[in-house]
Write a protein of this length. Structure first.
Length: 476
């Protein structure tokens, strides 16, 4: 039942996308992973630009997995990627259902699994071509193991280390594990032994990850860890509490609003009844929202950075909601309240599947008609030796087959110190003999001033969404 739901929702999303501007990805960053994966499969080299090893992939494990797809079918980046996303979505549905069943009792119909398989944020993420749900699955599986009576600490530690290979913020799984261990009723000697097991599993994956990045870039973290924070530093000027509120509101857009009261109740009861695994889940989710508000307060693209944490919110909301329902005495009032909650959540869930599919189709269409279209123009109308300066390098790297200077600093870390200094950027472009500048005109008002526009996409989707068409400028 759950896999069928997942396939059905997948078909709706992909069908609307195909009708708009064709199958694709809703994020330019997805093409970064595809480019690393294709180059790895073809040459055995970890590089975005062939011959230039770099630490520009936030999720090395995801890129490794995608590379397997290129070994199987070099000409098709979509099918294998979408299957991986679907497997991650099903993994989340399974782990979430098991977590709720063990906590609240088994039901005939796997309602929680069905909810997760069709929750619009998660389906969008599964089809995004990104590592988002891979991390979400590892996170939820970690909490499922932590909630069991006999915790396998080595496995929990290994999952935390594995999460780092998916995204740097996977390191935050360290917190809940230590929280549960410190507050457990085990003797001190036993707790130290369990911690040693956890640490062994964690370091088994973490040390190779740190060495991997150090060998590529001279830093223990990927370039994206620093570049993204530098790019969005101006957002930190907004009130901190406004940023926090924005992060906490993201999973409430959709059926998640019906789980808010249950989430609060479950976390409060977890502390009151000393259910430390559930309390740790609540603290971790809140901590992630605060962390993003503090360091990377972006909410665009439907809150994609917080999406790996959303299943945790949904699970706590479901468990708390079930507990609250059981507290209501049998009778007419209970019947009305429960049916109203079920009907409201069900209709909202279904409605947002459709709205999410439309949003996904629009997002894909923007990438296809702006980034992909521009990259293909560059490939057809510039010389093989030309150096292209571009802010969005995903599709450009995949389709253009040109040397690139990354204005976002992901694969060109020397750009990070001058990301927001257009005068310094102009000097850098001159020094590196850039031939063409590719960007949205409004992003670099000074950098593009007086430069000849040689191509604009003319796409209809970006302007309709309030944006603008991407342009190619002759730099020299």
């Amino acid at each position: 039942m759950v896999p069928v739901t997942g396939i059905g929702v997948y078909a709706l999303y992909l069908g609307l996308s195909a009708l708009a501007a064709g199958i694709g990805f809703p994020l330019d960053d997805a093409w970064i992973h595809q480019t690393y994966a294709r180059n790895l499969a073809a040459t055995g080299e970890w590089a975005f630009i062939p011959g230039q090893p770099s630490a520009g992939s936030t999720a090395p494990l995801w890129s490794f997995l995608l590379a397997a797809g290129y070994r199987l079918s070099a000409g098709m980046p979509y099918a294998f990627t979408f299957v991986l996303g679907w497997l991650c979505l099903m993994g989340i549905a399974w782990a979430g259902q098991m977590l709720v069943w063990e906590r609240s009792g088994k039901t005939t119909i796997p309602w929680v699994g069905l909810f997760l398989a069709g929750e619009w944020h998660l389906v969008w993420a599964a089809l995004s071509g990104m590592e988002t749900l891979a991390l979400g699955f590892v996170v939820l599986l970690s909490f499922y193991l932590l909630s069991k009576e006999n915790i396998h600490w080595l496995a929990v530690g290994m999952l935390a280390g594995l999460a780092l290979w998916i995204r740097p913020d996977g390191a935050t799984l360290l917190g809940p594990a230590i929280f549960v261990l410190v507050l457990s009723s085990l003797p001190l000697r036993a707790r130290l032994f369990k911690f040693a097991q956890w640490l062994g599993g964690f370091l088994a994956f973490t040390l190779p990850y740190l060495y991997f990045n150090w060998q590529l870039s001279g830093s223990i973290w990927p370039n994206t860890f620093y570049a993204k924070q530098a790019e969005y530093a101006t957002l930190l000027e907004q009130s901190f509490w406004v940023r926090v509120g924005q992060q906490f509101s993201l999973p409430l857009i959709g059926a998640g609003i019906f789980l808010l009261v249950g989430f609060c109740y479950c976390v409060i009861q977890a502390f009151r009844l000393r259910r430390w695994a559930l309390a740790g889940m609540g603290l971790w989710y809140a901590g992630m929202a605060f962390l993003y508000a503090l360091r990377l307060p972006v909410t665009y693209q439907h809150g994609r950075y917080l999406m790996p944490a959303m299943p945790v919110f949904f699970m706590l909301g479901w468990m708390g909601g079930i507990d609250l329902i059981r507290m209501i005495p049998e009778g007419r009032v209970r019947f009305i309240l429960v049916r109203s909650w079920q009907l409201g959540m069900g209709l909202t869930w279904a409605g947002f599947i459709v709205l999410g599919a439309r949003a996904y189709a629009t997002d894909v269409a923007i990438i296809q008609t702006e980034m992909v279209a521009t990259a293909k123009w560059i490939e057809q109308n510039t010389q093989p030796g030309d150096l292209i300066a571009a802010h969005d390098i995903g599709a450009m790297g995949y389709f253009s087959h040109r040397r690139l200077l990354d204005l976002a600093g992901l694969v060109s870390p020397e750009i990070i110190p001058v990301l927001r200094d257009e005068e310094a950027l102009a000097k850098t472009l001159d020094q590196k003999n850039v031939a063409w500048l590719v960007t949205f005109p409004g992003w670099y008002a000074e950098l593009t001033k007086g430069k000849e526009v040689v191509f604009t996409t003319g796409g209809i989707y970006a302007p309709a969404a309030g944006g603008e068409n991407m342009a190619v400028y002759r730099w020299k």
